[in-house]
Ligand binder design. Structure first.
Ligand code: ZN
Length: 254
């Protein structure tokens, strides 16, 4: 397997930007959360932790290193893979078509999962990707454990199944992307954002005491898939512009 579309250094920068997007959009609050991209059948680039860890908003290229699915690689002596590496490695093992994985702890997703709100297509044109994701099904892994072991990650991956996202009750979410890994990183981020949007709306509706009801199928049928050029590429330009204007001025490369 080869990914000629993306040079490794460009892919590292893409992961850095994805981490900063997660911070500027509030999907990660501080130092927890990580993004990875597949570089081969048994290897990935992943955002880990160096000795100067300052949180996702301040991610730099040196925070992103290449390891194999067991977390081994030629990496700086003071850099560590995330303790939840198995989230990434087990999804990559189980889903050969997956080329990017995002793990975040969005507060609204955590609150909605603890409240056990149903993941329904409660909105339509307001957020078409969110409506379509919910209509097709958003699985929930019912455990809140830190996923440091392969057996836990296998359980979580089984809940994910062949879907693009899984909610981790009392923990956060995992979103995946496919195809060229640079595209897949952006795709996984936009999917995570869609789940967060759905969670925020569900919490707001539930707070009024109104029931959460799915929109009718005839309205779902009028929500077209607007395609990756709109859903991913245009969103990515928006998100990275926000990082540039709202995020810290820390250079991508130290
Ligand atoms: Zn986590």
């Amino acid at each position: 397997m080869r990914f000629p579309e993306s040079s490794q250094e460009a892919l590292r920068e893409r992961i850095v930007l994805a981490c900063r997007v997660l911070a500027v959009t509030g999907l990660v609050e501080h130092i927890l959360g990580h993004v990875s991209a597949r570089t081969g059948p048994e290897s990935l680039l992943i955002r880990g932790r160096g000795p100067e860890e300052r949180g996702l908003a301040f991610t730099v290229v040196d925070d992103v290193q290449q390891v194999d699915l067991d977390g081994k690689g030629e990496v700086p002596a003071d850099w560590r893979v995330p303790s939840e590496l198995p989230i990434h490695s087990e999804v990559l093992r189980a889903r050969p078509e997956v080329t990017a994985v995002v793990h975040a702890h969005p507060p609204a997703v955590v609150a909605a999962s603890v409240a056990e709100l149903p993941w329904l297509p409660i909105v339509g044109s307001y957020d078409i990707p969110a409506a379509r994701l919910a209509h097709d099904g958003i699985p929930v892994w019912p455990r809140s454990a830190l996923i440091r072991r392969r057996d836990l990650a296998e359980q979580m991956t089984a809940s994910l199944g062949d879907r693009p996202v899984v909610v981790l009750r009392g923990h956060g979410l995992v979103a995946v992307g496919t195809g060229d890994p640079a595209h897949a990183v952006a795709e996984a981020v936009t999917r995570a954002l869609a789940v967060d949007s759905l969670a925020r709306t569900a919490l707001a509706v539930a707070a009024t005491g109104a029931p959460l009801q799915p929109i009718p199928d005839e309205d779902i049928a009028e929500l077209p898939d607007l395609g990756p050029a709109f859903n991913v590429a245009a969103m990515w330009r928006h998100l990275t512009a926000r990082v540039e204007h709202e995020g810290p001025a820390t250079p991508l490369r130290g």
